[in-house]
Design a protein around this ligand. Structure first.
Ligand code: NAD
Length: 506
């Protein structure tokens, strides 16, 4: 059962047009083989553009998770013993396979996640850049020779792989999120068990297939899929298993805290990239056109379903009305539709839960006094012909008592808050449990350094609305989690330090 089972094909199931149909996998990949789940259960994968199922994948349970851990633990001694050059070359080869199959991967992303093909192609390039980056970083797991403070002794700090890593990823970037976890893990010499989000397993399975074709040995990467219902039981096998030495997770804060609690018994290392509530501040001395353009890029990427996208937009009183007008015309020019239609700027939301949350935030804001500038409702028409489309929305005169000020909306909604002073807006921007990203636009260099020093976040855009890069350390503080992905620090998260002291050296 290695090929896709087409359940209800429709015109927007772009994966039906893949050059390589064999990239659509339905089984688990464990110890170098595609296998049916022990659970004997399967579940359906739908296209968010239509909510029609077009494939089915394994609905794994704890036995499948355990088999994956067995394979990863068995493969670890050989993988860690390979030379750094060998691991680097295999990652380079994987990178090459991803680029060779970029169009198919983009179509898979668009089919199961809903983003436009242009965005999906961008995600493939972005995800591949992490594999390329960590192929190079694999050669630089350097340790330290320490100055000796006593005669006849040498002291060294070695860097070693932490062991088996469990990677759990979200649906908003089905390729990039898993690539930027698996690539540094492999570069460091770790082996991996992975579970992609239930809504978007197909891209991750295809990515692992390409890794196998690139020569990455059996057992080094193992991946299982599971429905939302079965996931807690399957993953608990990893949480309790002392052989799993690290969990790397991207997703909601609630699940991140649950993983930290439930894995505490085996004291695992954790990297948690959790929710955000990013402020986007526009000072009156900013280039207003640049600020509108930056906000449009940052906010509507992936229909507003990114953890770093601006969630609260603060505009200084003097330019507030001008900003609202410019933003309204930019938002009303967005074309909403399926990935299969060329020129689509904004696709559907991922599922019914997402639509319900976005709509609840908009209604709550209006009930508490916000003014609806544009959007504010679900859309269903000849082009956007499915249940999960939501109109790009702007709400003016938002205030702190609204739900969208405290929770991540994760949808195409911009609430505009009015502010007067720098001191006031910094305090309001920091008044959240989250601390992932923040953005501000200003033409004053002195203000840049003041405000940058005061905002409580891990990632910041200054006169820039999209900041992610494989060369940069990405991650949050406070309820947005800990650990960093990308950069040299992204490798550190998969390494542990061993101090060695040699005596009797004369
Ligand atoms: P989620 O945290 O529920 O899911 C993320 C991953 O965790 C998925 O693979 C899921 O199967 C898994 N998971 C869920 N429950 C689990 C459990 N009990 N044990 C182990 N694994 C579990 O996130 P979601 O439902 O996809 O989205 C909900 C909210 O999370 C969004 O509205 C948004 O606020 C946030 N989110 C953040 C990011 C991010 O990049 N930081 C990405 C997606 C979602």
């Amino acid at each position: 059962m290695n090929s896709v089972t087409h359940i209800a094909p429709d015109q927007d199931s772009l994966c039906l047009d893949l050059q390589r149909g064999d990239l659509v996998c339905s089984q688990n990949y464990i110890n170098g083989a595609w296998v049916d789940p022990y659970s004997k259960r399967w579940y359906e994968v739908s296209n968010p553009a239509t909510d029609l199922a077009f494939a089915r994948v394994a609905d794994s349970g704890p036995d499948d998770a355990r088999a994956a851990t067995d394979a990863a633990a068995a493969a670890f001694p050989d993988w860690r013993a390979r030379t750094a050059r060998e691991r680097s070359q295999m990652l380079q080869s994987w990178h090459g396979r991803i680029l060779e199959n970029a169009e198919d991967l983009a179509r898979l992303i668009a089919s199961e996640q809903g983003k436009s093909l242009a965005e999906a192609r961008g995600e493939v390039a972005y995800g591949a850049s992490y594999v390329e980056w960590f192929a190079a970083e694999a050669l630089r797991c350097n340790g330290d020779i320490l100055p000796s403070l006593m005669p006849g002794r040498r002291q060294m700090a070695m860097r070693e792989p932490v062991g088996v890593v469990a990677a759990i990823t979200p649906w908003n970037f089905p390729l990039a999120m898993i690539a930027r976890k698996i690539a540094p893990a492999l570069a460091a010499g770790c082996t991996v068990v992975a579970k992609p989000a239930e809504d978007t397993p197909l891209t991750a399975l295809a990515l692992v297939k390409l890794a196998a074709e690139a020569g990455i040995p059996a057992g080094v990467i193992n991946i299982i899929s599971a429905s939302r219902e079965q996931t807690p039981e399957a993953v608990s096998s990893w949480l309790q298993d002392a052989r799993v030495r690290k969990i790397t997770f991207t997703g909601s804060t609630a699940v991140g805290k649950y993983l930290a609690r439930e894995s505490a018994g085996t004291l695992k290392r954790l990297s948690l990239e959790l929710g955000g509530n990013a402020p986007f501040i526009v000072f009156a001395d900013a280039d207003i056109d640049a600020a509108v353009a930056g906000l449009m890029r940052g906010k509507f990427r992936n229909s507003g379903q990114t953890c770093v996208c601006p969630n609260r937009v603060y505009v200084q009183s003097g330019v507030y009305q001008r900003f609202v007008e410019k933003l309204q015309s930019a938002v009303e020019a967005l074309r909403i539709g399926p990935a299969s239609r060329s020129g689509t700027d904004i696709g559907p939301l991922i599922n019914a839960r997402a639509v319900a949350k976005v709509d609840a935030h908009v209604h709550d804001a209006i009930a508490r006094g916000a003014t609806l500038v544009t959007g504010g409702k679900s859309v269903q028409n000849e082009v956007a012909n499915g249940p999960f489309y939501y109109a790009p929305t702007v709400l003016a005169e938002a205030s702190e008592d609204m739900m969208l000020c405290h929770e991540e909306t994760f949808g195409p909604v911009i609430p505009l808050f009015r502010f007067d002073t720098e001191e006031e807006v910094v305090a309001r921007a920091n008044a959240t449990a989250f601390g992932l990203a923040a953005y501000f636009y200003t033409g004053d260099p002195a203000r840049i350094w003041r405000v940058a020093g005061l905002l409580e976040v891990g990632v910041m855009g200054i006169n820039e609305g999209v900041v992610a890069s494989e060369a940069a350390p990405f991650g949050g503080i406070k309820d947005s989690g800990y650990g960093r992905e990308g950069s040299q620090q992204g490798l550190d998260d998969y390494l542990q330090t061993k101090y060695m002291c040699q005596g009797e050296l004369g």
